[in-house]
Each structure stands twice: as structure tokens, then as C-alpha cells.
Design a protein around this ligand. Sequence first.
Ligand code: NAP
Length: 319
Amino acid sequence: MKDVAIIGLGCAAYTAAIYTARYKLSTLIIGEEEGGMGMTAAEVGNWPGDPEVRGPDLMERFKKHATSFDAVEHKVARVEKVEKISGGFRLTFQSGETAEAKTVIFATGSNKRHLGLPGEKEFTGKGVSYCATCDAFFYRGKTVAVVGGGDSAVEGAAIVAQVAAKVYLIHRRDAFRAEPFWVEQVNKRDNVEFVLSNNVAEILGDARVTAVKLEKPFNGSLKLKLDGIFIEVGTTPATALPEQMGCALDEKKYLKVGADMSTNISGVFGAGDVTSGSNYFAQFATAAGEGAIAANSVFSYLQSGALHEKEDGGKRVRE
Ligand code: NAP
């Protein structure tokens, strides 16, 4: 049985593993996609000490650092279930294999939100994408739209504008919530046009996307011809696994954690974008911070003897 299983392969997870390894805790770090949401960041300009770094490069360095410790076992697999067993937890993978650990850190991140528009599902992968920074390359010389007003959309529009001929940035309000840095970047580009206080009503196409229908006319027309559309309207926390085992969620459906990253289940912790821990501010810096705190809490928990206690009639008693 490992000391800790960290579920996730993103920034929070790798940071937690670096800390648990240095606490000399045997660590399993496991997840489906290496790098997590960090892979979608084309240019990271706010990771302290690195004025500019590509997200995938940063995540590769995180992984290299975490896996440099003998205490860390790194596994790429989908975890289907986590359940309480005597003295810890059992993880069941998609393959049917299992692993056991005394404690668990859920660092499962988040998933891109969809709009649920007519045509959206049909054209996903045929002109509809949920990652402007990842797929920009396919739209060299083309006309595209980016939907949203947060960091992902505005950064995405700035990146796509480097290769596309024309970018429409469609936002439901007339003010962006993105960092002013990125708003300045899109403002600088002649090929980005704002479509504000408007929404996409439908995605149109034949074999691939050819146009979108807007809710309100833009330049006198409801139809905007384009070759691709990037939907960047935020994320939802990936809480399926913790929820399945009875972890409490907050009112916004994030994994509820205390200041020490503990959940309501003894021995279970959270870190990164999945949690309520950093005021919903999903950043490399906040995810790394939460990963470090979660690892420190696991260390304290294992040292405290709490592992050998259980709830009995509202009291904690020795197992
Ligand atoms: P976000 O900050 O939640 O922004 C989502 C945007 O989509 C908002 O502008 C929102 O409009 C719009 N939106 C939401 N639902 C919509 C709908 N149904 N129809 C039309 N528009 C809709 O999400 P995000 O930009 O993906 O960022 C997520 C987190 O990752 C944030 O914490 C962000 O700071 C972080 N992030 C950081 C960076 C960076 O630092 N470089 C890059 C990417 C992401 P309203 O504004 O009207 O609500």
C-alpha cells in the first residue's frame, strides 16, 4: 500500500508529488492525460521566474522533476473508482487493475464547458474546437471565431490571430473578464474584430463548419461565414470521482476543501482546479500552491496517527 495516491497529471498533481516525495512518502501519481489543462496554455507569462514559457514545456519540466524521485510511481491510466478500505483506499483502473494507498489527493482538474448549441456536437473536430491555443495551427490563412471573454478566449484569440487571416471574438457582454494584458494583445492586431453583446445561436456547415448564426445582427447580417469556431466559455471541475465516494462539493459544484486542502472524508484531500481552494482562480501558481499544501497535509495526517482512526457515532476512535 502506497502512502499516497495523487489522481491527476497536471500542475497541482505534479507539485504535490514533488512535495510528497521529499517527505519520503511512497507516491502513486496517476491520470489519463499528462499535463492536464496546462497543455492548453500557449504562452504562460505569469509563472514566477519564467517571464515566458509554453504550457506544454512547463508541464514536461514538472513531470521530469516529479518523476526524478524513486518514491514516485507515475502511471497513465483512467481511474474508474476510489473506495474506502481498511487502513486506506482502493483505486480501480479502467483495465480492472487496482492499487491501494493510505491517503488520496484528488487533483483531477477541470473540463472545458460546452455551449450546447445546435450543430456544436455534430461539428466537434470538424471546425468546432475547445482549445484555441492547441488547434490554432490548423487555421492558417482561415477565418475563425473565438467565443468567450475570459483568459482562455482572449489569449486564444491573440494566438489564433498570429496564423489566421481573420478572427471574430464573440462575447456575450461588452467588457472582458480576461487579464488586461491579453486584451491589449488582441487590440494590437488588425485581423481581430470584436462581436460584443452577442451570442452564437447555431453552428452551420456541411462536411465542416461553414458559418455561425448569431442571436443579433452583426454588420447587418445574422450569418457570419467562417472556417472554424473555438468555444472558450470556461470550465467545470472534474468532480465525478470524489463525488462518487461521498466527498462534499460546494455551492458551485467544486470539491469542498478546507485551508489545509482536506475534504470531509478523513485521509482524502484535493488540490488545483477541481477545488474551492483558491477563490476559483485557476492558475499555475494557485494550483501549485494547493498541491504543496495538500502534500504537507498528507504528511501531517500520516504522522498524526489519524489514519488508524475511524468515525463511530460522531466520535473518532482507533480502528
Ligand atoms: P472564465 O474565466 O470562466 O471565462 C468564461 C467566459 O465565457 C466568460 O467571459 C463568460 O462570460 C463566457 N461564457 C460563459 N458561459 C457562456 C455562455 N453560455 N455563453 C456565452 N459566453 C459564456 O473561463 P476561462 O477563460 O476558460 O478561464 C478559466 C480559468 O482559467 C480562469 O481562472 C482563468 O484565469 C484561467 N486561465 C488563465 C490563463 C492565463 O493566466 N494565461 C489562461 C487561460 C485560463 P461572462 O464574462 O459574461 O461571464
